[in-house]
Design a protein around this ligand. Structure first.
Ligand code: ADP
Ligand code: TRP
Length: 318
């Protein structure tokens, strides 16, 4: 276990999770953990989320929700260290150290900062420094592989630059250079209105919707297809059933959108039910989630504090 390369990823507890998140990202992540080729860490990036989630109840609810969701979709806490960023103080501590060796013009080139600036948004210092905290998240664990979506690639490059700069300034090879692993682009899951399913468009099918809720959402799927086959219904359907089977079903019920949607409700429900049941179970036993996070924090602290001792010696404060 100890000599496997480290894989680390972080997820912000900011969204109500939907089937687009699941089929587009979370499922692949869990498969990657299961391959067993890495020593895996997954972190709930609550301090990163604090830039936008500024309500205690919401932060707590979303954090628990994210952890329960990962557990419900099959993440095994025995195989993956699952922890909260705020539980491991070395992250913010190292981010400060990185702040002192990084220039403002360098961080001003970050996409997230440039986008916010272009839109004339008010930018918190936390948003500006976001990449430094993320560099700390990654470098504390000697992460070799960091699976992220394409939009996060620049952050990994910043972490690499920061590792190099630190090693150069303090003349010691303390940090390893991480590699991004851009998760293969899976097909975009359409929402009920045919645009990309996204929490910001109000067109989602929640991952743990009840059967009634699934029914309601599926019935609202827009079916303005030109042919006999409702494209948006089919695109969601093929996530949970083979195209071969679907082709027969869609031929048999050609033009009968209501029946096709009812079959989709049935199939989605069957696919999601076991995960939903596990999620409900966890919801009634929050102690399990707390125990997992406590154990994860302990393991993450042990690893990152060892690294932090080297850092402190290298900079001369210890
Ligand atoms: P949202 O668009 O709802 O705000 P996020 O941007 O938080 O979702 O996405 C989190 C992860 O889920 C990303 O890796 C993203 O690629 C994936 N994802 C989100 N929506 C979809 C979708 N409709 N189809 C495929 N993947 C998606
Ligand atoms: N910034 C990442 C995102 O928005 C989340 C994140 C925080 C992260 N720390 C990380 C991802 C460390 C990978 C590694 O998706």
């Amino acid at each position: 276990m100890a000599d496997k390369p480290v894989l680390l990823s972080g997820v912000k507890p900011t969204g109500d999770l939907h089937i687009g998140n699941y089929f587009g990202a979370m499922r692949q992540q869990v498969e990657l953990f299961r391959e067993g080729k890495h020593r895996c860490f997954i972190m709930v990036a609550d301090y990163h989320a604090l830039n936008t989630v500024q309500d205690a109840g919401e932060m707590r609810r979303r954090t628990y929700d994210l952890v329960m969701t990962y557990l419900a979709i099959g993440l095994d806490p025995e195989e993956v260290v699952l922890f909260k960023q705020s539980d491991v103080h070395t992250h913010t501590e190292l981010a400060w150290i990185f702040d002192t060796i990084t220039t403002m013009p360098y961080l001003m080139r970050a996409h997230a900062f440039k986008d916010a600036e272009a839109k004339n948004k008010e930018i918190s210092v936390g948003t500006f420094n976001y990449p430094m905290l993320m560099a700390a998240d990654i470098l504390l664990y000697d992460a070799a592989v960091v699976p992220v979506g394409a939009d996060q690639k620049q952050h990994i490059e910043i972490a690499r630059d920061t590792a190099e700069k630190f090693n150069r300034v303090f003349k010691e090879d303390i940090f390893m250079l991480p590699e991004p692993y851009i998760m293969p682009d899976v097909a975009i899951v359409p929402g009920t209105d045919g645009q990309k399913m996204s929490k910001s468009y109000g067109n989602v099918i929640p991952l743990f919707a009840s059967r009634d809720e699934l029914h309601k959402r599926v019935m609202s799927i827009v079916t303005d297809s030109s042919g006999e086959r409702p494209q948006n219904v089919y695109a969601i359907h093929k996530l949970v059933r083979s195209e071969q089977e679907l082709d027969a079903i869609y031929a048999e019920h050609a033009g009968n959108y209501k029946t096709l949607k009812e079959i989709l409700v049935e199939d989605l429900d069957r696919y999601l039910a076991p995960m939903r049941a596990r999620y409900e179970e966890l919801r009634s036993e929050l102690g399990i989630v707390e125990d997992i996070l406590a154990k994860g924090a302990e393991e993450a602290r042990a690893v990152s504090e060892r690294k932090m001792e080297h850092v402190k010696r290298a900079i001369g404060v210890a």
